[in-house]
Design a protein around this ligand. Structure first.
Ligand code: PLP
Length: 431
């Protein structure tokens, strides 16, 4: 067993704290709920990440779900290097945008048009502006524990890093800014009905992570997403699927394909940048045509559709489209989950999964909503996490996050991880 973080990581992190708040550029990276400072990373290949002390980890964070084929994939790397030599940004049209748009539209059948941005936050912000413009209505209905980026008015009962704050919100957001945001528990048809009865004609959109992954993986109850489709159509509101994590992750066409539902707008991110900053939002031609310069809904970005990011995304989707990519990944994941379910049996721990993403919850039963996630034994999770890290396994560092299996993980690595989990649980729950 090694001591994590090592001396070099600690030295660099302590220095960074002087210059960058908390030493990080995104709060969950700080390991605040884990009770140690994080390792600082140097390199990664496939499923292995290496820190500045030379410690190696089997990685299940995959840059928060960005990687499907593992780190520094040879084909993506080659494509990116070739593209960089031709110039990295033009602020003008490049062919890579066309190619990636075509590819995304071919894979996600409900999309007719997309626009690229540089992050998931921007994708959501822009999609909701469009939804409000299209409907001429102000209200947005969201679900507690779903995370849709750090947009002011969506920081209300939000998941991911915000889940670790007091009200799932943030100072600096005036109350007036969230007055058109309604947030209710996930999986509660009755509450959705109630909100539509009182506000129905004023609701521009219902936004949902179709399989929430930012409060850990929470599965929608049977019929819940279908119900959202029905009630939004009935009231003339738009249904927005935030597929920034689930897009290309839970199925080639995302959760909308898995559940066979047509949302009005879809947001994408993470996977589509292939490890570079990129996001996208899309829907029907009718709605997307409201965007400037065709329509007058303003939306723009200096680096939007950046050709290096587009190339990385394109190469990624080409890999995903190969025969058996998903079959093999899901088969590997299922094998891992079924072993894991045996291992956790004696413990107050549950396993929630969807495709290649999973969360081990320190609670007897899988949570169905945010308040049930809050009931998890966070101290036990933190102790388990530290054990895993010290034994070379890097899970996503919060109970409110999902971990990811990629095409780069091998069955023998997964077996090794199962063994570490077995020992980790024994360590956290001594007889
Ligand atoms: C990560 C995420 C976002 C925000 O994307 P960023 O690129 O971090 O801005 C939005 N929605 C969901 C569902 C996400 O998982």
């Amino acid at each position: 067993m090694t001591h994590i973080p090592g001396v070099n990581s600690q030295k660099i992190f302590n220095e960074t704290i002087e210059y960058i708040p908390g030493g990080v550029n995104s709060p969950v990276r700080s390991f605040k709920s884990i009770g140690i400072t994080p390792p600082v990373f140097k390199s990664a290949k496939g499923s292995i990440m290496t820190d500045v002390d030379g410690n190696q980890y089997i990685d299940f964070c995959a840059s928060w779900g960005v990687f499907m084929a593992g780190h520094a994939n040879d084909e993506i790397e080659a494509g990116v290097i070739e593209r960089i030599k031709l110039g990295t940004s033009f602020g003008a049209p490049t062919h890579e945008e066309t190619l990636l748009a075509q590819k995304i539209i071919a894979m996600v059948p409900t999309l007719e048009m997309v626009r690229f941005v540089s992050s998931g936050t921007e994708a959501v912000m822009s999609a909701l502006r469009l939804a409000r413009a299209f409907t001429g209505r102000p209200y947005i209905l969201k679900f507690d524990g779903c995370y849709h980026g750090h947009v002011d008015y969506l920081l209300a009962s939000a998941g991911s890093g915000v889940a670790e704050t007091e009200h799932g919100s943030s100072p600096g957001v005036p109350t007036d800014f969230t007055k058109y945001t309604l947030s209710i528990p996930f999986n509660r048809k009755d509450l959705v009905e109630k909100v539509f009865e009182s506000h129905g004609s004023l609701i521009a959109a219902v936004i949902v992570e179709p399989v929430p992954a930012n409060m850990g993986v929470v599965f929608p109850d049977k019929g819940f997403l279908q119900f959202l489709r029905g009630i939004t159509s009935k009231f003339g509101s738009l249904l927005v699927f935030d597929e920034v994590i689930t897009g290309f992750r839970v199925a080639p066409g995302g959760a909308q394909q898995l559940f066979n539902i047509t949302p009005d707008l879809t947001t994408l991110g993470k996977i589509i940048g292939g490890g570079f900053p990129a996001g996208a939002f899309g829907g029907s031609k009718e709605i997307m045509s409201l965007l400037a310069p065709v329509g007058n809904v303003y939306q723009a970005g200096t680096l939007s559709g950046n050709p290096v990011a587009m190339t990385a995304g394109l190469r990624t989707l080409e890999i995903l489209q190969r025969s058996y990519f998903y079959e093999e990944l899901f088969e590997k994941a299922q094998r891992f989950y079924s072993e894991l379910n045996q291992i956790i049996q004696p413990y107050p721990v549950s396993l929630a999964t969807c495709g290649s993403m999973f969360t081990l919850f320190f609670r007897n039963n899988k949570p169905g909503n945010f308040s049930e996630v809050h009931e998890c034994a966070m101290d036990k999770f933190a102790a388990f996490y530290r054990f895993m890290l010290q034994n070379g396994v890097y899970l996503s560092p919060s109970q409110y996050e999902a971990s990811f299996i990629t095409g780069a993980h091998t069955n023998s690595q997964l077996d090794k991880v199962l063994d570490v989990i077995r020992r980790g649980l024994g360590h956290v729950f001594p007889h």
